[in-house]
Design a protein around this ligand. Structure first.
Ligand SMILES: Cc1cc2nc3c(=O)[nH]c(=O)nc-3n(C[C@H](O)[C@H](O)[C@H](O)COP(=O)(O)OP(=O)(O)OC[C@H]3O[C@@H](n4cnc5c(N)ncnc54)[C@H](O)[C@@H]3O)c2cc1C
Length: 335
């Protein structure tokens, strides 16, 4: 849904980054009537985002009210996209286990999920003693990224492969630059609070699993089973500070062991690959406007391990910050 009158004050915008943060910002800006180019060091199919498992899950980043609003907005968008053909988003039966509070104390984020009810203990996967049943969106990232790029292109947007050293490069060619460069934002925004976070999943073929399993946990290791038509993503492990993306085979064995305990059908599944990525961790995802001379830089980075849960919320905040700029500055730059 456009956030402003498209004819009011369209801007020339360069979005740095074609991960989920950059592409959702670019599409939402184009839908609001802006002229959008995406510059990305990597092809959209080769980003960290393109290898994500594909699950929306509650995210408790501080401040809580902000992350709740972003997660709610993202969930709303996925519910809408799941009803449309070709988006790569669909709804599945799901069970959330792990650090799940009693029904009366459920955090607002879990209450957002449709068809929520306690899961009877006898139905829970092995190793878990409490859980919730609900419906959830899951996102097939390769398809969804393709859909985002196609939709952006239909609206006149462009995606170009281009590495930049500084935001001054695009600022010379645009009214607004959106920094959505994941871990690359650390250098581009000169922000040392962006820290690397290694994450690893194992991908197997699908022996007939249709139900999503997500464990909510603060621990470095957890159990998640994310079923797509042709494969299952099994999580996971995260290691703060690690910058080496080489797959860890011992951790992969442990992930398989945990997931096979929870879902015995995975014992027959064939491992297709190990997916790793270095995530842009930050105490709080940054969505903020910064004036640079006549130009405007809008930051949108630091989504950590919750890019899918936050990205549509942060994209709509980007559109609001661009709408609030002074269009007179665009005109003075054009002169
Ligand atoms: C295996 C795995 C599974 C995951 N599963 C999930 C999941 O199920 N749900 C979930 O919510 N999250 C998941 N995540 C986390 C999710 O992938 C991240 O939160 C998300 O990818 C962050 O998106 P981003 O757009 O900020 O960054 P990225 O996807 O890293 O994109 C960064 C973009 O910036 C570009 N860039 C960087 N530097 C420059 C530069 N100097 N010039 C030009 N371009 C530049 C890159 O080329 C790229 O296009 C998973 C992560 C991994 C590794």
């Amino acid at each position: 849904m456009p956030e402003q009158d498209p004819t009011a004050s369209p801007a020339d915008v360069v979005v740095l980054g074609a991960g989920i943060a950059g592409l959702t910002s670019a599409l939402t800006l184009a839908e609001a009537g802006h002229r959008v180019r995406v510059w990305s060091a990597d092809d959209p199919t080769a980003t960290t985002s393109a290898h994500a498992g594909g699950v929306w899950k509650p995210t408790y980043q501080a401040p809580l009210a902000g992350s709740l609003a972003r997660a709610a907005r993202s969930l709303e968008e996925y519910l809408r996209l799941a009803a449309l053909p070709g988006t790569g988003v669909r709804m599945v039966d799901s069970v959330t286990v792990g650090e799940v509070p009693d029904r009366d104390a459920l955090p607002a984020q879990l209450r957002l999920l449709p068809a929520l009810s306690p899961e009877p203990p006898a139905e829970l996967p092995a190793g878990f003693d409490r859980g919730l049943r609900h419906r959830s969106p899951i996102v097939d990232l390769p398809r969804h990224v393709g859909w985002l790029v196609d939709r952006l292109t239909e609206l006149g947007g462009k995606v170009e492969t281009r590495h930049v050293e500084s935001v001054d490069e695009p600022l010379g060619q645009a009214d607004v630059v959106v920094v959505a460069a994941g871990l690359g934002s650390r250098e581009l925004a000169d922000d040392p609070t962006v820290r690397p976070l290694f994450s690893q999943y194992v991908v197997t073929d699908n022996p007939g699993i249709t139900q999503l399993l997500v464990e909510i946990s603060d621990s470095r290791r957890w159990t998640s089973i994310i079923p797509h038509d042709d494969r299952v993503h099994l999580g996971g492990v995260r290691v703060p500070g690690r910058t080496d993306a080489t797959p860890d085979r011992e951790e992969a064995r442990e992930i398989l062991h945990r997931c096979r305990e929870a879902e015995p059908r995975l014992r027959d599944a064939r491992v297709l690959r190990i997916d790793t990525g270095i995530l842009p961790s930050r105490p709080t995802t940054r969505v903020e406007a910064e004036h640079r001379g006549d130009g405007l830089v809008v930051h949108n980075y630091g989504h950590g391990g919750s890019g899918l849960s936050l990205c549509w919320g942060t994209a709509h905040e980007v559109v609001r910050l661009v709408a609030e700029r002074d269009p007179a500055a665009d005109r003075s730059r054009a002169r």
